[in-house]
Design a binder for this molecule. Sequence first.
Ligand code: OSB
Ligand code: MG
Length: 375
Amino acid sequence: MKIEAITLHEIRMPLVHFFETSFGRTTSRRILLVNVHCEGVNGWAECVASENPYYSDEWIESAWITIRSFLAPALVGKKISQGRECAPLMSQVRGHRMAKAALENAVWDAEAKQKQQPLWKLLGGTRSEIPCGVSIGIQDSVEQLLEKVETELAAGYQRIKVKVKPGWDVNVLERIRSRWPEILLSCDANSAYRLEETEHLRKFDQFNLLMIEQPLWSDDIYFHARLQKQLRTKICLDESLRNARDAATALELGACGIINIKVGRVGGFSEAKSIHDIAQSHKIPVWCGGMLESGVGRVHNIALSTLENFRLPGDVSASRRYWKEDIVEPEVEVTPQGTIPIKDTAGTGYQVREDLIEKLTVRTETIGAGEVVHA
Ligand code: OSB
Ligand code: MG
């Protein structure tokens, strides 16, 4: 499979409902889509970098320019047979994992189409359906949040995760737990606390949470290990784990009891698989995180979630929770049991709506052979 050219698209999609975390509120997404052209086969993927460098240091503009100037030129013109051959070709570039992941995953997508195989099988998946949870942002009032929890439970979702920050935590968890004593409940702080707040965080233990996600600094592992010793609730690391070595470090230190895998955060499917395997060898469950993806990124998350050690419900939920109209056909739907059944068809099992993407595109650029390659 020769990579002949790579096309970038920026599309704009307003969210059905705003999404607020400890680092801010998102109302509309700027989404970077990547299309790799390989001898008649088109592979699609989504770069999950946000509109701003708040979740991580990458954002849509840095991803675009890095792909255009360095990453795409490292791939264009190359003959490769597998998606996992991409990472070594891009390894000269440090960091920029979300940008790299978009390219690698687009090549996996093309590989699955070219081999006429389901992507999930190519990745080594085994599940015929995956369990789904939801991530609910900070709301304007606790009442509004409780209404949202009620709606999602009625839709069948198997796990509720709520965003927390100082001032929106113990009070909120208290209200949810007193109304729903039995549900699978977790929270995500997106690095909103400090180690000095350990006594405060110990109050979370009374709510029988499945986990507390990323309580401390986004670049820390060691102090999470210190904190974990003080908590009964399992810590789940998200931001802190950039690659398989970070995961190994965290597991050796006892910094977490659960791992969130986001394929963009760790640089692509290959690295995500390595983290999955390391966690499995430590008997630590993983689950698939989300980044408010459009259907293109979402269906890749679904494929990844079929791997055996994705034993907990992911933040992989239905298209309609985010978008009035999604860019894949059919849209992603969740059963009343809170699962997504896995399709046995070639590729992702979902069609990318190229006509709609064309309409939503505000900027596009193609990097072909003969473009400037930086030495
Ligand atoms: O920390 O998991 C996170 C969204 C954007 C950035 C970071 C996170 C999230 C979510 C949303 O929690 C998950 C989803 O896509 O539904
Ligand atoms: Mg998180």
